[in-house]
Design a binder for this molecule. Structure first.
Ligand code: OXD
Ligand code: MN
Length: 601
């Protein structure tokens, strides 16, 4: 069989930064004995190492160099066409009992799963290089920061990890020599990228992840979904903090008052766009800054929630990104960016559906075939991605590295719903907010394999990422609420409601500032609201809609509560809770009954 990841041989001084922690050395030795690589490459995160790995990746066609003038220091990677998204059906939580994984996770017994995976890994790196990637998640001096090691046979993974995490010597320093120190063990092998031999398995009790048979980011950059969310959420519950699928943004008024907001939207529902929002001209003097675009780790201090972004880069969906939809993302990905599965133009530039300007007359589409605007297929895969360092973002928050984190004034939940759910509303209190999160739903996207556009319940946008029983997760949220003396206000938003003509009612993107402004007004106790059965709703004049081209009817439709639609929605909440087989806390069932009762008032 063809070796899809041939070994590389590095000169002295590259690939030889061995950790000194004996526990790490023992684990690497054990995985080496099992996978039998040609050699071991110990990453240090240096520029020299990066240049060497890029040169080797170009030789092996793992990367294609892009036009140096148009996208300096940037590369294109094409994944196997059978391997373009997260695969939830082969993602497992391997806790000693099925109950611990709960009703929303695939569960697999740990001992059996280890032996199956060790079987697949036996000799899997023959003729390959085994890379050992040390990394930290979180700002270098934060108490929330954690260490991970990823072993991989993929150069693309190493290059991506260098963008997405703080990688190399910094992690060795943070870990130190204590053999009992906490760190995450991640093992990844491409195997032969066969969907039938693809498994992403988490062992929360062992702080261990094993991912085989895929090369797609969400399945193999183990720092991200696997560690920062699945294992992270398990550790967070045990240790009394929160690991959430949330962007974090800062919003500053012209007077210099600043709030931080965290928002949980499901995959490919606009977290990156919201985190990089540029306020419209009407909001002169207002500034939005990005802390993170995908994950928030939060802890309680002085009765408030403080958040850090554990990541160091953005792994965003490319199609639809343009100077109109997200100028800050466009500026971020103009250089030093690793693209996956976008189209390549004849002058070695990148192209995707929704990019500014006319499509190229000819391009090579994401699989490597010829493409013209008349082609039936898309040029870029709908889940094509960029990986870019957060330092590229012109709107990066100046306090992103602050170890103590940033105080969160508001939490926003949101999904992609064509009907039923108003543009924005506010929970009556923390537990009601937990109910909003627990019952949120969204139309599925190309970020995961499976049907697209199907409404599914996605509690707190964590359905694919909660590493333990969802009932305990809801309980953890409520326990956190009890410990907060100054809790964030909780909101729900829906940018995606459609009118009778099937068109979006709300312009979205930068105009979402109007909703954010109301959220901030509510935090400052200056914003008006009407009591509705679902929560506090802005009336049209509570929202600043000046200089926005939108008619009264659309605003009324956006903010309206259609009782018939809500009867259906309430039945779905009940059915969803019912489908969880009795794990839903009594308090949330009470919230549901109160919501039903408010509709009868
Ligand atoms: C992501 C996802 O890649 O949620 O962030 O799938
Ligand atoms: Mn995500």
């Amino acid at each position: 069989m063809k070796n899809i990841a041939p070994a590389i041989f590095s000169p002295n001084g590259i690939g030889d930064t061995k950790p000194t922690n004996q526990a790490v050395l023992d684990w690497v030795h054990e995985i080496g004995k099992l996978t039998k690589p040609e050699n071991i490459f110990w990453c240090d995160g240096s520029e020299r190492e990066n240049e060497f790995l890029i040169a080797e990746s170009l030789k092996q066609n793992v990367l294609i160099k892009l036009n140096e003038k148009k996208v300096p220091r940037s590369y294109l990677h094409r994944s196997n066409p059978n391997d373009v998204a997260r695969v939830e059906k082969v993602t497992f939580i391997c806790t000693p009992t099925k109950e611990e994984a709960g009703p929303t996770n695939n569960w697999s017994e740990p001992a059996d799963t280890y032996s199956k995976l060790y079987g697949l890994l036996n000799g899997a790196m023959r003729g390959r290089t085994m890379f050992v990637v040390p990394y930290i998640m979180g700002p270098p001096d934060s108490p929330l920061t954690k260490v991970g090691f990823e072993i991989t046979d993929s150069k693309y993974v190493v290059l991506s990890m260098r963008i997405m995490t703080r990688m190399g010597k910094i992690a060795l320093k943070r870990l130190g020599n204590d053999p009992k120190a906490e760190w995450n063990r991640g093992v990844h092998s491409l195997l032969d990228v066969d969907p039938d031999r693809r498994f992403i398995c988490h062992f929360p009790q062992d702080n261990t992840i094993i991912s085989v048979g895929s090369g797609y980011g969400g399945n193999v950059l183990l720092s991200k979904k696997c560690f920062a969310l699945r294992i992270g959420s398990y550790l967070a519950r045990k240790q009394g903090w929160m690991a959430e699928h949330m962007l974090i943004l800062g919003v500053e008024s012209p007077e210099g008052r600043k709030h931080y907001v965290a928002a949980a939207f499901p995959s490919a529902c606009g977290k990156t766009n919201f985190a990089m929002l540029i306020p419209p001209a009407h909001f002169k003097g207002w500034k939005v800054t990005t802390v993170g675009d995908d994950i928030a780790w939060m802890e309680i201090r002085d009765g408030r929630l403080f958040a850090v972004n554990p990541e160091n880069g953005y792994f965003g969906v490319v199609p639809g990104t343009s100077y109109k939809s997200n100028p800050n993302a466009m500026k971020s990905i103009e250089h030093d960016t690793l693209y996956t599965n976008v189209a390549l133009t004849d002058d070695n530039d990148v192209w995707w559906e929704g990019k500014d300007g006319a499509p190229p007359e000819h391009a090579i589409e994401w699989r490597g075939d010829d493409w013209t605007p008349d082609s039936k297929e898309k040029a870029a895969h709908p889940n094509s991605r960029f990986a870019t360092p957060m330092g590229n973002n012109p709107a990066l928050d100046p306090d992103v590295e602050k170890g103590e984190g940033l105080p969160i004034s508001a939490i926003i939940f949101g999904g992609r719903r064509s009907d039923t759910v108003p543009l924005v509303y506010e929970a009556f209190d923390w537990n009601h907010g937990v109910y909003l999160g627990a019952t949120m739903a969204s139309e599925t996207t190309a970020a995961a394999t499976g049907a697209v556009g199907k409404v599914r319940r996605d509690p707190m946008a964590m359905l694919p990422f909660c590493g333990y029983n969802i009932g305990d997760y809801f309980r953890h949220w409520m326990d956190i609420g009890k410990r907060l003396t100054n809790p964030p206000l909780i909101f729900n938003v829906n940018w995606f409601r459609k009118g009778a003509n099937g068109k979006f009612l709300w312009p979205g993107f930068g105009e979402n500032m109007r909703v954010l402004k109301w959220v901030i007004d509510r935090c400052e106790r200056t914003g008006g609201a009407l009591k509705s059965p679902v929560g506090w709703l802005p009336s049209p004049h509570d929202l600043d809609l000046e200089e926005l081209d939108i008619d009264h009817k659309s605003v009324a439709d956006l903010l309206g509560i259609d009782h018939e639609e809500w009867q259906k929605e309430l039945a779905e909440h009940e059915a969803f809770f019912g489908s969880l087989g009795g794990v839903v806390p009594e308090e949330l069932q009470k919230q549901r009954k109160q919501l039903v009762a408010r509709f009868k008032e």
